[in-house]
Design a protein around this ligand. Structure first.
Ligand SMILES: C[S@@+](CC[C@H](N)C(=O)[O-])C[C@H]1O[C@@H](n2cnc3c(N)ncnc32)[C@H](O)[C@@H]1O
Length: 220
């Protein structure tokens, strides 16, 4: 089993608590949901959450795909009515052209560029014409600004919006930023007061200087 899947199998039972029960996790979760709320407005869409993990964002989707058995087990307990596939993101056990929108959060950041291409290729296969894939990715402009060097697969990849503008199968539809301030450096009590300003700056012309970008690609 690969190192990343093993890591998440071991983390599954504490993932929600570790990552999202603190003010930093809530800050990120809030911003991501705000953006997803503006992007996912059609109730009739077939939406797939790729690398769904413990199902943090599964309220937006009807199908959850993840390679980790343990992460899926947690998600199933929260959403017994959804469909789950324990599947490698590059080989999803679904037929061609059957999904309207793929969402994938906190996943691409773990992958190197060739793996990301493989996942985009597979998403392209399962998406209907004009289907969308919506994902987050660390912003390269932000990383360059602070001289960030990747430590390991946790933050393996960063991109700028332009990198996706030349993709053969997808066109960039909309882009967003989130986490503009280095919120982990601010004391707990003031984080929620920074949210509106953070969201404002992250959606302004400065968005590529946010920590993360959300990219919406549309299948050509
Ligand atoms: C940080 S978690 C994100 C979970 C969820 N999307 C969220 O935002 O809370 C990353 C997830 O990617 C899954 N994963 C890692 N590599 C994968 C792969 N090659 N194929 C499918 N899932 C993978 C892990 O099992 C883990 O559940």
């Amino acid at each position: 089993m690969n190192e990343i899947i093993q890591y998440y199998n071991d983390l599954a039972s504490t993932y929600d608590q570790n990552r999202f029960s603190n003010s930093y996790g809530r800050f990120i979760d809030f911003q991501e949901r705000k953006i997803l709320d503006t992007l996912l407005t059609d109730q009739k869409e077939q939406i797939l959450d790729l690398a769904c993990g413990t199902g943090r964002l599964l309220n937006y989707a009807s199908i959850g795909v993840d390679a980790s058995f343990e992460m899926i087990e947690v998600a199933k307990r929260k959403f017994p009515e959804k469909t789950f596939l324990q599947s490698e993101a590059g080989h999803i056990l679904l037929e061609d052209n059957c999904i309207d929108t793929v969402i994938s959060f906190h996943f691409f950041m773990h992958l190197d560029h060739s793996k990301i291409n493989e996942v985009l290729e597979e998403s392209n296969r399962i998406l209907k014409k004009k289907g969308r894939i919506i994902f987050d990715i660390p912003s390269r402009k932000r990383r360059n600004l602070f001289g960030y060097k990747k430590a390991n697969w946790h933050g393996a990849s960063s991109f700028s919006i332009n990198d996706f503008k030349v993709h053969p199968n997808f066109k960039v539809k909309r882009t967003f930023g989130f986490l503009f301030f280095p919120i982990h450096r601010f004391p707990d009590f003031c984080r929620k007061f920074l949210l509106p300003l953070d969201s404002f700056l992250a959606s302004s012309f400065l968005k590529e200087y946010s920590s993360y970008l959300i990219i919406e690609l549309e299948k050509k």
